[in-house]
Each structure stands twice: as structure tokens, then as C-alpha cells.
Design a protein around this ligand. Structure first.
Ligand SMILES: [Zn+2]
Length: 67
């Protein structure tokens, strides 16, 4: 079960509140007690408007990246 504790980055689609478009971003799992949520990796910029995606909404999470 140790594999479940590894921090894995996944890609997902997020909603950029600045340009109101859906863009891809790297997400990181966040442990909160017994539940796991996803968080947008800080410091990423939107590919459309170059705005920070820290406040973006996560819409969809794709399969975890390998490696
Ligand atoms: Zn944007």
C-alpha cells in the first residue's frame, strides 16, 4: 500500500477565472485527514492569458502521469 502514499502529479483541466477558458494544468494530490483532494500546482500560468492558475477551478482530472 506504500504506493498510495507517493506524491504523484497528474494533469487535469482547470477553468481559468481570468480568461474564462478551460486549460490544462498540473495538479497535485492533497491529503486532508481521511479525504484526498486535488490542488492546482502553484506558480503555473494559463496558456491563453498568462494569468496565474492558483485560483483556477479544477474541472476534470485525467489519468496519473507515470514517472
Ligand atoms: Zn487564462
Amino acid at each position: 500500500m506504500a504506493a498510495l502514499l507517493e506524491r504523484k502529479l497528474v494533469t487535469g483541466r482547470v477553468y481559468c477565472p481570468i480568461c474564462t477558458h478551460t486549460v490544462e494544468a498540473d495538479l497535485a494530490p492533497v491529503e486532508r485527514g481521511l479525504t484526498r483532494t486535488m490542488k492546482v500546482l502553484p506558480g503555473q500560468k494559463c496558456g491563453r492569458c498568462s494569468g496565474l492558475l492558483d485560483a483556477a477551478y479544477i474541472l476534470d482530472v485525467s489519468a496519473p502521469l507515470r514517472g
